[in-house]
Ligand binder design. Sequence first.
Ligand SMILES: *[C@@H]1O[C@H](CO)[C@@H](O)[C@H](O)[C@H]1NC(C)=O
Ligand SMILES: *[C@@H]1O[C@H](CO)[C@@H](O)[C@H](O)[C@H]1NC(C)=O
Ligand SMILES: *[C@@H]1O[C@H](CO)[C@@H](O)[C@H](O)[C@H]1NC(C)=O
Ligand SMILES: *[C@@H]1O[C@H](CO)[C@@H](O)[C@H](O)[C@H]1NC(C)=O
Length: 358
Amino acid sequence: MRFSISIIASLLLLTSTYAFPTINKPKQHPTRSTPITTHTLPPTLLYQFPNNTWLENFAIRPNGQLLITLITTPEIYLWDPLSPSEVTHITTLPSYVSLLGIASPIPDIYYFVAGNWTSAAGTVPGTYAIWKLDMRVSSPKVVKILDMPKAQFLNGLDVLSPSDGTLLVADSVLGLVWKINIFTRTYDVFIDVPEMKIAVNSTLQLGINGIHIFQNALYFTSMTQELYCRISLNPTHNSSHGAVETLATGIFGDDFTIDRFGNSWITQDPMDLMTLVIGEGSRKGEVFTLAGREGTKVTQSGVPYVVGATRAAFGVLEEDEDVLYVVTNGGIAAAKNGVVGGEILSFDTAGFLNQILG
Ligand SMILES: *[C@@H]1O[C@H](CO)[C@@H](O)[C@H](O)[C@H]1NC(C)=O
Ligand SMILES: *[C@@H]1O[C@H](CO)[C@@H](O)[C@H](O)[C@H]1NC(C)=O
Ligand SMILES: *[C@@H]1O[C@H](CO)[C@@H](O)[C@H](O)[C@H]1NC(C)=O
Ligand SMILES: *[C@@H]1O[C@H](CO)[C@@H](O)[C@H](O)[C@H]1NC(C)=O
């Protein structure tokens, strides 16, 4: 069913009374070493939700459409690049407050995190669950897969092995990664290392945030420790793993994506920045700021464009494989530059790597 923007606005009015405290960036990481170069890659605004809509995460369908989870309401919306001026409501899970990480092990079947989190009150431990969304049918089906009562704040999610039915999910408060088996509907601690914990004395209760698997390694952002790291996994995906490798420091990372060359495109939500970390070769570990406060910044209304970026991913079709889609919370986590509605943005990255790497 298609919803007009005004109907969405009234649905979302309920959330507009939330108080959003300002998140102040903690002290710089003591071992900050990674130099940052600013290169401007101007974003395009594709769609804007009403004020106080926090777009949290998204998955891309095989047909190129984005399925976007919201944290300010327990909803999923669909946005279609072929029909960019509207969004379609897919589902609402009224027994939760928020939806978070989403990933797809099988074409057009998605698993996502549901739980109770507000930026005013934080997380409610024990409320989290993994749900499944089947988009292969004309009327999308949602079912609960398992409750995760031991979890405290489930956030980023990725597929470990489609054939084994395994997913990984970051727990931002416990500071560890859970492994979920969607066939047996069970879960266990998979990796638990100091680099995933909330930084000592941090008022913001967020450790590990985004996670993704690339070439059998687990990549993750550790927000308050300002780390971007990877850990090699073993081929059997048991809990034995390699040492933590720190790829970049000084990154206040939310979620991210890894391109086909192994470069990481990271959203730094409260910093209003989009950051690129080079993955391979002689420039490995170099950090570039694409946009945000240190790059291109102002919209027509004078507000920085990449305000509260929460997740990035490349298009899956031939025509948009160089298009980096980014969703935002509109600045409600930090409100340093005013608040706008959550946005869907794109960056055309064609030629950009050649340009900056020479
Ligand atoms: C989570 O939030 C939902 C929606 O407000 C509420 O119905 C549910 O009781 C909450 N769960 C817990 C355990 O507080
Ligand atoms: C944490 O706070 C305590 C008490 O204020 C202080 O002694 C300690 O040095 C702080 N630790 C770090 C890592 O900042
Ligand atoms: C995990 O599997 C590897 C073989 O890939 C093995 O060497 C290791 O001992 C196993 N670890 C555990 C905890 O079972
Ligand atoms: C959104 O919030 C901004 C800043 O508070 C305000 O200027 C703007 O009018 C709001 N827009 C709507 C549609 O409420």
